[in-house]
Design a protein around this ligand. Sequence first.
Ligand code: NAD
Ligand code: INS
Length: 333
Amino acid sequence: MVSDLKVAVLGVGMMGSYHATTLSSLVRGATVTVVNDFSAERAAEVAAATGARVVDDPFAAIADPDVDAVVIATPGAAHEAQVLACLDRGIPVLCEKPLTTSIDTAYAVVKAEAALGRSLIQVGFMRRFDAEYAALRELIAKGGLGDPLLVHCTHRNPDVPPHFNSEMMIRDSVVHEVDVIRFLLDEEITSVQVTRGRPTPSAPEGVSDPMMVTFTTEGGRIATDEIFVRTGVAYEVRTEVVGSQGSAFIGLDQNMLVKSTDGRWGGSITPGFVERFGQAYVTELQRWVAAATEGTIDGPGAWDGYAAVAVCEAGVEAVLTGETVAVQMGPRP
Ligand SMILES: NC(=O)c1ccc[n+]([C@@H]2O[C@H](COP(=O)([O-])OP(=O)(O)OC[C@H]3O[C@@H](n4cnc5c(N)ncnc54)[C@H](O)[C@@H]3O)[C@@H](O)[C@H]2O)c1
Ligand SMILES: O[C@H]1[C@H](O)[C@@H](O)[C@H](O)[C@@H](O)[C@H]1O
């Protein structure tokens, strides 16, 4: 057990710098001691803001004696090697989604952790720490909706970078709903189908934005996800669960001020994911720090990361083929 958890943050772009500042300003029991980024300038900026030291190589950062645990917020393709290096050192790691970018590498990570016999990997599915999602899960678990039969999700972003293509819409965005559906229903997703609609005028050539994704689960339940990442409007993430004895809906922004003026009424919508899930990130980090201090995790683990990667792999195939694609998953070690 360690008294004040010494954390290295790898990749201090948009998400990593947010995690580093949250850890050093809002989370108890942790100090960001090391930061690393391919961009020396980014690393220096975040080090100055958090009081951390820059270590130029990500693997040297993981091996640093002044590091007890690691937050990985590098792009998905870098996750596998960095997570495995944390396992090699036997230290807890909070890895941003996606766990890795292919089924094989994600399964290799699951098996490496299982061989170690300890849960050290937590995956950054922060919606599980959002009060509305937690309340919805509890309502379902207590039977408040009877048998949950349908889940309808909406995931709209105001904008994304131009390189964000249809595949990234599945692997980087829909991956959140994949985890939400598994979290709410407590069962695996077994198939994925994607309908590519008429693209919004701002979508780059060949990119299907929006798309409708339909999932089926082990228990024969159906879930849908509207993914639309260039609405030009705001950050709108909503979920409705319909059961045999009623339905429940989340995602109308909390603390919404409804005003009537100029012959209209309405409120404001959160502009981005930081505003919508700000408290969830703090709760996620606070609970992870408490668990990592005890050498473990408290949240979605490697298996959840693997399951999400497997569903997204089927989702990408469904985008390309227009077929309903079965999810292929290996046995849980
Ligand atoms: N949970 C969420 O809501 C959420 C939100 C945004 C991003 N993310 C995830 O966070 C991760 C980072 O996304 P982002 O939007 O911050 O990207 P970003 O491009 O803003 O930041 C990534 C940073 O990593 C650095 N980098 C790249 N390869 C590296 C390597 N091998 N080692 C060290 N540094 C490296 C880059 O220089 C960059 O500064 C992704 O996995 C993404 O899916 C999660
Ligand atoms: O990486 C981001 C992030 O995960 C957001 O939470 C999501 O809304 C975006 O679609 C995705 O691009």
